[in-house]
Design a protein around this ligand. Structure first.
Ligand SMILES: [Zn+2]
Length: 409
């Protein structure tokens, strides 16, 4: 907490960032956590109230204390949700999801547009822009709808610093593109671009399972496998933004070739695509489990939904494939636990959201392969925000940007 605070520039910014991080907090707690004297804090908070950046919680918004105390409960401060509207967008290779939210992350409107593949790079960008424009107009008639910025979480290889997307899954001829520049020139608002898994970790930090926790790992399991890393309350991106590429650690030396150019990457062995490919190979080679009954007897109808359904019904053929994939994932996450010693691991993404069996496979491996001392306080949970985590996290970056701008000297 203190390293986070000491990195902020001025007292007003320190207080606002703390209120955003904690959610609801008393003046006394702010003083205790920041070291700002109560006498100075009174004037500073009055200024923030006057400027409409923070507000006092109504009595019915104050959580009941765990212990019954006789004294009057203190007034709590929170970020004023009516500062404006923020837009959060999540682009992946199957869809674009977008939402408009207030400054406390309450979603007012949500739109999901699915892509029908294959699409070219320019088509994906055009559809994402179109969807963003639609969500920007969705709330135009209500009050306090002034949009302060757009946060975009994107799958693939992304530089948040440059706002560029270097590669995008399932689009082979993707050329490096400055998504930030395109969105800014089309939409005339501040735009922040972030890697989708990092955005999801930030979403969980703001409103989900990582709230008020300083050391956490967010594991995304879907078409890709990646890690969002929160250290000392802040997202860790690495020197070139590539931290958390869990899908590209080598798990089998000389294993199958990965699109990154290496061999035996985790993603080639345990992503949704790899699992489905293993199931289809088995079916083509004459294995005849009940799984085909769920797909009208047709191979082309076998998708991950069918595979997960078969797993949950304990189809032995699918069970073995999934258990093997989850073993690789569990070992990789266990290694990450031994390196980062987090307080919580959130496992999100399409595979986990649909399968309790996968979650328990992975949880068992992590518990077997991590140091006992690292397991002591470790919680392993599913995502609270599910598929909305990346767009909420992208939105939180806009909140940070706007609050910092409003409290600059
Ligand atoms: Zn790879």
């Amino acid at each position: 907490m203190m390293s986070y605070l000491s990195s902020c520039l001025n007292a007003k910014m320190v207080v606002v960032n703390l209120i955003k991080e904690i959610g609801k907090i008393s003046r006394l707690e702010i003083s205790g956590l920041t070291g700002i004297k109560a006498s100075s804090l009174t004037g500073l908070v009055a200024e923030l109230l006057n400027e409409g950046i923070v507000r006092e919680c109504a009595k019915n918004e104050i959580p009941k204390p765990e212990k019954i105390s006789k004294g009057r409960r203190p007034t709590l401060l929170q970020i004023n949700p009516q500062i404006g509207t923020i837009i959060g967008v999540h682009i992946d290779h199957t869809s674009v999801r977008s939402a408009n939210m207030d400054f406390q992350g309450n979603i007012k409107n949500y739109i999901k547009k699915e892509f029908s593949l294959p699409l070219s790079q320019s088509e994906i960008i055009a559809k994402s822009l179109e969807s963003t424009k639609e969500i920007m107009c969705a709330d135009s008639k209500s009050q306090n709808n002034q949009i302060t910025g757009i946060g975009v979480g994107v799958v693939g290889v992304v530089s948040s610093q440059e706002g560029k997307v270097f590669s995008f899954p399932k689009v082979e001829k993707w050329q490096e593109v400055s998504l930030k520049e395109i969105f800014t020139s089309e939409l005339h608002l501040p735009v922040i671009v972030e890697k989708a898994t990092d955005a999801a970790a930030l979403g969980e930090k703001w409103l989900g399972a990582i709230q008020n926790i300083n050391n956490a790992l967010y594991v995304h399991l879907g078409e890709g496998i990646s890690l969002g890393i929160i250290i000392d309350g802040k997202l860790y991106r690495g020197i070139s933004g590539n931290a958390g590429e869990l899908g590209h650690i080598t798990v089998v030396e000389n294993g199958p070739m990965c699109y990154c150019g290496n061999y035996g990457c985790l993603e080639r062995l345990a992503s949704a695509e790899a699992i489905l490919s293993n199931v289809l190979d088995g079916l083509q080679n004459g294995v005849r489990p009940n799984i085909l009954d769920k797909a009208d007897g047709k191979l082309e109808n076998v998708n991950m939904d069918v595979v997960i359904q078969a797993l949950e019904e304990e189809d032995r053929f699918v069970y073995n494939i999934m258990q093997n994939a989850c073993k690789h994932i569990g070992l990789a996450v266990a290694n990450a636990v031994n390196i980062f010693n987090p307080e919580i691991i959130i496992i999100g993404g399409g595979i986990i959201e649909k399968s309790n069996t996968c979650m328990s496979f992975i949880r068992d491996i992590i518990k077997t392969k991590t140091l006992l001392s690292s397991q002591k306080n470790l919680k392993i949970v599913g995502s609270c925000l599910d598929k909305k985590a990346p767009l909420i996290g992208a939105g939180s970056l806009v909140v940070d940007f706007t609050l910092n701008r409003l409290t600059e000297r």
